[in-house]
Every structure is written in structure tokens, then in C-alpha cells.
Design a protein around this ligand. Sequence first.
Ligand code: 13P
Length: 262
Amino acid sequence: MNKQLLIVGNWKMHLTVHQSSLLVHRLQQHIKTHRDIEVVLAPSMLVLQPISVELDKRRFKLCAQDAYFKDEGGYTGEVSFAMLGDLVQYAIIGHSSRRLFFGETLDTVRDKVQASIRNDIMPIICVGETQQERDAHETRQVLHDQVTTALMNVTSKDIEKIVIAYEPLWAISAFNKNVTAKPEDAQKAISFIRQQVSELYGDRAAKHMRILYGGSVNEHDARSYLELPEVDGVLVGAASLNYLQFTGIVDAAHQIQTERKS
Ligand code: 13P
């Protein structure tokens, strides 16, 4: 089965509307259309609307970095998945920054996954262990708890819409500048996540699910993760803010797909 590789750029809390517009312009100039690759941009909430007007939607999809799980109500400062329904195809849920800095719990992530599905937005659920949990050999337990809770109310029909991203916190540039995960680490964790999905939804669902690697990835090492048999794409942070680096990652994905076909 040759799945489309999914390349997601998470811009986090970077770039003004103007800077984002410049980056989109550059990306549209440099990134070629490849049928076997899906390129998704996750700018700040403020930028989604203006960018949606400029974006060539045949080539790029939009993603929210987060949203609130209630559809509407007196929740000052929040934006709901319902409000984003016309703008984005994807939403990142449970990113490590949300879990660490904003106290997002397993239950909140579960509720957000439900809200996302309810509003026809495909969730990209982030899971991953901290350095401390890794040192204590708790990686499997953490991944198990995060995956099973996030999928708690997901039906076998809706499992097809779910994407999971494995983000080892100890390898994310915002937390740990000079450490990257070895491809074997990524492979092991992603394989374990797939096994969890298989236990819950069967082999077919597990095989079809797109599972991304979301630790630090750049244009030089993207290939080493993307060529792993169980890795279906990457969730990129810092390198997605630079059009040359992000284009390099998409090119690496395209090269792999071309080699797989030949
Ligand atoms: P970096 O690529 O900057 O390490 O960030 C990874 C990440 O958090 C993607 O969501």
C-alpha cells in the first residue's frame, strides 16, 4: 500500500499576518505539486483567514494548531472547531506545548478529538514522552495512555480520519536544542503506537492510519525518518518557517515516493 506522505508545517507562535503571507508566497513559488504528497500548513489562528484567501488549495491544506472542544458559548478567548470548519481540513490536538504550558490533560485531548471529528476536521493527535519519562523507561506506558485516551470515543468509521504524530519531547527544538531522536527510536515508538491502534481497531485500520514523526526534523535529516517503513510523514516545527528548508523536506519526501514506485 503506497500512502500519500503527509508533511505538516507547524508555525507555532511565529510570524505576523504579513510575514505569513510572504512565507506562503515563497512556498507557492518553490514547492511543486506531487500527487503522492500532501502538504499542510498550520499558521497561527489569526493568520488562517487571510492565508486561506491567498492559498492555492489544490496544493496546500490548512491546519489549526488547536481549538476548544465546545462548539460555542461563554468561553472568553477561545475559538471552536465549529468556527474553523470552513477554514481548515486538519487540527493539531494535544501538542506537547499545549500539554506542558497550558495544562492540557488526557481528557481534554480526548474531548478535542471528538469536537474535531464532529466538525469534519481531521485531528493530528500529538503523543510523546518527556526526557524524564524516557529515562524512567516509561515511554510505552505514556504512549499507551495518550493513544488510548485520545481515541476513547472514536468509532471504527472515524478512525480513518485520524492522524497521530509521535513527538518525543526531548527531541523538540523548543525544549532541547541539540538533541534529535535516532530513526530507530522513532521507528520503535511509531510501531508501538500502530500496535495500540491495531489492538483497538484491528490490523486494517492500523495499517491505513497515517502516523507522523514530529520531533525536530530538517531538510538534512528528513529523509532518514521519512524512509522508515512505518513513518507516513513529518510534523515540522522550526524548519517549516524557512521556505528553503521546508521545500527541502517536501523534496526529500517526493524522492522517497519516486524510489518506492520504481
Ligand atoms: P521542531 O521541529 O522545532 O523541533 O518542533 C517540532 C514540533 O513541535 C512540531 O510540532
